[in-house]
Design a protein around this ligand. Structure first.
Ligand SMILES: Nc1ncnc2c1ncn2[C@@H]1O[C@H](COP(=O)(O)OP(=O)(O)OP(=O)(O)O)[C@@H](O)[C@H]1O
Ligand SMILES: [Mg+2]
Length: 501
């Protein structure tokens, strides 16, 4: 009971950071949930942290993407921050579209790997060769590496570009096809050149035209909320190559931004499950982690397996969220970079979805714990698209909006939630016939169902295709169908196609 004992904080305080570390004004920080023990609200404030970078690990389904989506939604509102999401698995596209952002699909759109994007031909050549080294076994073949490097430089020179000067006026830039042609020309003299040409050819064949012409507006990538959907590229290496090239461009842009001594974040770059590029020290993920803070760039790296994330990301990120990890080897890997007690180790492998061990690196060194358990990420309800399909008709509506529209059709609360649950049971996609029979049995008329579908964008032709094949509704169905046919006839007449109709 002496003063000495009393001053030992562990007797009077559970191992959680002091409230002043966790609390901030809601207008300048992002609320993410409450701590497990003392239920202190945690507000993420970049100005209190050493840097705005975030590292997130956890098994599949533990809540990584949910956290990222909620975080970005609030960061846009509170900081007015932009966000660029490199989407490996195509899991963000729908959400970005619903959140009013832009989705760029690699495969449909492309990026010339030799596009200078503000750097010099010499620097770009080194970056491309470095990317190829990270993603293929080129490093084991030094002669092929040199020949590829020479061929890329020659391709730049052949377009009249100087190796050490940034492009002043807009000029045509070479593509990998030219590099392939140069290597092919040399291959009769040198079998190593033939091998190097074969590598580039394989890359060209597997990527289609995705790496030969830039149709993605690179500057547009850094405005608002943008998702680059990489999942349609056929291999992990090609996805990583695209990801690396975009990050190289982001890094160049970052270095041209003014220095921000006051802190704050203007852009978040999200790389989720990008294990090939998060694990390599040469990758620009690491450069952005090291330099981003000065320019107001934050990077969010997420992975199921922490050993796929380079140690310097763990040790440099201002915030780490560890969701549930089942393998003790993975927890050991994390623990060797971030120190936390056995108490946390014990709790962390039994955590449920959305619960995470959080580690903070504060800007001001404070003598209090830097780890705590976040009881549950208190996020944004996820938007889901409900689809209604049949024949050639395929229309979509956001789930909550659908709920509101069902009520305005005169359905009761109970009936409308029954219909929403039916969507949930069928992975948010229902046949139009099933949808209208549900609505009609809940009291809506067939005519109101048709006008509802029309408002969602279904054409008269689509509706006719679906409903002329189906059994008319019990009461008003025949009449509604007749009206639909008349509508169609009138439309065709006005287009001059009356006779065919
Ligand atoms: N904090 C939370 N509150 C409510 N629901 C959550 C929370 N975290 C996750 N979920 C739900 O759990 C499911 C899985 O979450 P999420 O997609 O974020 O997992 P993940 O860790 O990204 O998995 P993967 O590694 O497979 O991509 C989602 O349906 C999500 O809505
Ligand atoms: Mg995910």
């Amino acid at each position: 009971m002496s003063g000495e004992l009393g001053s030992r904080r562990f007797l009077v305080r559970p191992p959680e950071p002091a409230p002043e570390m966790l609390l901030s004004l809601p207008s300048s920080s992002i609320y993410l949930g409450k701590t497990l023990l003392l239920h202190v609200p945690f507000f993420w404030n970049p100005k209190k942290l050493v840097n705005p970078h975030i590292c997130i690990c956890g098994i599949t389904g533990s809540g990584k993407s949910y956290l990222i989506k909620s975080f970005i939604t609030r960061a846009r509102l509170i900081f007015g921050a932009r966000a660029l999401i490199l989407d490996w698995a195509g899991e963000y596209s729908e959400w970005v579209r619903l959140a009013g952002g832009k989705v760029v699909s690699f495969g449909k759109d492309g990026l010339n790997l030799l596009d200078l994007g503000g750097s010099t031909a010499h620097a770009r050549t080194r970056q491309v060769v470095e990317s190829l080294e990270m993603l293929t076994d080129l490093q084991s073949f030094p002669k092929q590496r040199r020949l590829t490097e020479d061929a890329i430089e020659q391709a730049f020179l052949s377009m009249g570009l100087k190796l050490h000067q940034p492009m002043r006026r807009k000029k045509r830039q070479p593509t990998l096809e030219q590099v392939h042609a140069i290597l092919k020309k040399n291959s009769s003299r040198d079998p190593e050149a033939a091998e190097a040409a074969r590598r580039i050819r394989t890359l060209l064949l597997s990527s289609g035209k995705s790496f030969c012409s830039t149709t993605i507006g690179m500057n547009d990538l850094l405005s608002g909320l943008v998702c680059v959907d990489l999942h349609s590229l056929p291999t992990e290496s090609l996805r990583s190559l695209a990801g690396l090239s975009i990050l190289q461009f982001v890094k160049e842009k970052m270095r041209n931004e003014p220095y921000r001594p006051e802190g704050g974040v203007s852009l978040f770059v999200v790389v989720d499950e990008a294990w090939k590029i998060a694990a390599d020290e040469r990758s620009d993920v690491i450069s952005i982690v090291r330099e981003g803070r000065k320019y107001g760039f934050g990077i969010i790296v997420a992975s199921q397996n922490p050993t796929d994330v380079h140690k310097s990301i763990f040790s440099n990120a201002g915030t780490t969220f560890l969701f549930r990890l089942t393998l003790s080897s993975e927890r050991e890997y994390v623990r060797s970079s971030l120190t936390y007690s056995d108490y946390y180790e014990e709790i962390s492998h039994g955590m449920g979805v959305g619960t995470a061990l959080v580690h903070l690196e504060m800007a001001q060194p404070l003598r209090c714990p830097r780890n705590f358990i976040l009881e549950k990420v208190d996020g944004e309800p996820l938007m889901r698209l409900a689809r209604i399909r049949g024949g050639r008709m395929d229309v979509e509506i956001e789930k909550d909006e659908l709920g509101r529209r069902l009520l305005s059709l005169g359905l009761s609360d109970r009936k409308s939630s029954e219909i929403l649950s039916e969507f949930e049971r069928s992975s948010f996609s229902l046949e139009a016939e099933r949808f209208s029979s549900l609505l009609e049995s809940a009291g809506a008329t067939r005519a109101s169902v048709l006008s509802f579908l029309r408002e969602l964008g279904a054409s008269e032709k689509d509706l006719l295709g679906v409903y002329s094949a189906s059994r008319p509704g019990r009461h008003q169905g025949g009449e509604a169908m007749l009206r639909l046919k008349k509508n169609n006839l009138r439309k065709n007449k006005s287009k001059g196609g009356g006779e065919r109709a």
